[in-house]
Design a protein around this ligand. Structure first.
Ligand SMILES: [Zn+2]
Length: 398
């Protein structure tokens, strides 16, 4: 059996609420399932009776279920606990300027279908119609599922947390766009919307990977696609700021007279490292419509010198911008997501060199940087977590 290090978990004391204890147990079950009540009690350092009360409560709420009987050397055979992801599903959507991606996932964010994509209609009304049509047919194809818990959507822009209105999405040319209400009306499902970088960061905290403890709740997620989305977690909490724009490092300038950015300004970090920026560097002004960043990476691997140069430039600017992020926030870990990570073996070196040039101490230059595999669709994982993770949300526990 996997070993669990009790020191990694903070156990809520008697004075903390029942909700927190529920969340702690849920997170432990999710990170270590299948797990017995006895192992839960050991991990939390509390009596078995106390754990059983919480577990019974969660069983009644259908958030976990009891599965196969486990093997032990002697004594009573324990039953194992699982997150109940069998019959419930969520819809995850990743809206980007070029394409929109969609999948059906279980409550743990595991895909139940392949990922489908279609060109993004920038007219919000038509986009909502297209989304509703595809979502309704996805659900019709999966009538065996008992419940769809809702739709989680990530967007390339700033989102007002209370209303989920898209305040500004530069790459889409949107301001004050309400997708939530019309999509909820067209599908009959609750809709959650969040900025893509933030949703990716939240998904990390909600321990999709189960190693959030290593960061002590201080991490940054940089999502590079048509634009650049950044999510900042400080002490386990997502940084939103007074006007919902906190952490928008994509629009911090690297140079005041740099290339034009989608936001209208010049020289933003995004204008140097987005997929569009990398492709523009390769093609010059005449960007080719059906040529993707993946195609460029293939050319670089086939020793196309121009392709290698374009990708290495992006890597250098990625490192320079990361140095600003690290100097400003000093996170324990930075996650990088996006298609460019498929070329990680080509870019990690130049990223590290640029980072070391600008970080303020040698230790900061060694900040843990982890790429998130593009095949895992981190943005769709983030979208799914918007719906499935809130019951797990609690102070940093795992
Ligand atoms: Zn900008």
């Amino acid at each position: 059996m996997r070993r669990i290090n009790p020191a990694r978990f903070q156990v809520a004391t008697r004075s903390t609420s029942r909700e927190i204890n529920r969340s702690i147990v849920l997170n432990l079950v999710r990170a270590h399932q299948p797990i017995s009540r006895a192992d839960l009690a050991r991990t939390m350092g509390v009596r078995r009776g106390a754990v059983s009360l919480i577990v019974d409560d969660l069983l009644k709420s259908n958030l976990i279920f009891e599965g196969a009987t486990g093997e032990t050397l002697r004594g009573r055979k324990p039953t194992f606990l699982y997150i109940d992801s069998r019959r419930s599903a969520v819809i995850a959507a990743d809206i980007r300027a070029s394409e929109t991606f969609l999948m059906l996932a279980d409550l743990l964010g595991k895909p139940l279908t392949g990922v489908v994509s279609f060109p993004t209609d920038r007219d919000p009304k038509r986009l909502v119609s297209a989304l509703a049509l595809r979502i309704n047919s996805l659900l019709a194809e999966h009538r065996d599922l008992d419940v769809c818990q809702g739709i989680g959507i990530v967007v390339p822009g700033m989102v007002e947390h209370s209303t989920m209105k898209v305040l500004h999405a530069p790459t889409l040319g949107w301001r004050d766009v309400n997708l939530r209400d019309p999509l909820a009306a067209a599908t009959g499902l609750p809709v959650q919307i969040e900025n893509s970088g933030r949703a990716c960061a939240l998904a990390q905290v909600w321990a999709m990977r189960g190693d959030a403890a290593a960061t002590s709740g201080n991490l940054v997620f940089v999502s590079v696609s048509d634009g650049v989305g950044v999510g900042v977690i400080i002490h386990g909490e997502l940084l939103r700021g007074r006007h919902n724009i906190a952490g928008e490092f994509g629009h911090v300038p690297l140079s005041l007279d740099g290339p034009r950015c989608s936001c209208g300004a010049n020289g933003c970090w995004e204008a140097y490292i987005s997929n569009r920026a990398t492709l523009a560097r390769y093609f010059g002004r005449t960007e080719q419509e059906h040529f993707t960043i993946e195609d460029l990476i293939v050319r670089a691997r086939n020793r196309d010198a121009k392709a290698v140069a374009a990708i290495e430039s992006t890597a250098r600017y990625l490192g320079l911008g990361l140095a600003s992020v690290i100097n400003a926030l000093d996170p324990a870990r930075v996650y990088i997501g996006g298609e460019i990570t498929r070329a990680w073996d080509l870019i990690e070196g130049p990223v590290r060199v640029a980072l070391a040039e600008r970080t303020l101490t040698p230790a900061a230059a060694e900040t843990d940087i982890q790429r998130v595999d593009a095949n895992e669709y981190p943005r769709l994982q983030g979208a799914a977590a918007l719906v499935s993770a809130p019951p797990f949300a609690a102070p940093v526990v795992a």
